[in-house]
Design a binder for this molecule. Structure first.
Ligand code: ZN
Length: 61
């Protein structure tokens, strides 16, 4: 059994899931259930980066 990386939220460090270092074959986007930050994971870069796109907000924002 291979070691797995613990993938944590980029914003609040909540554990999101575990994966082997080469488990991803494409970009994975996961929304943190606690703080709702969008975490973007790229293959072989198992430290999520935060989605920097502007969040769509309601009128007046
Ligand atoms: Zn979070």
């Amino acid at each position: 059994m291979r070691d797995q990386e613990q993938i944590r939220c980029c914003a609040c460090a909540r554990l999101l899931f575990c994966a082997e270092p080469d488990a991803l074959s494409g970009i994975l986007t996961i929304k943190c259930p606690r703080c709702r930050a969008m975490n973007i994971l790229r293959p072989r870069a198992l430290s999520p980066e935060r989605d920097q796109r502007p969040q769509v907000k309601g009128p007046g924002q």
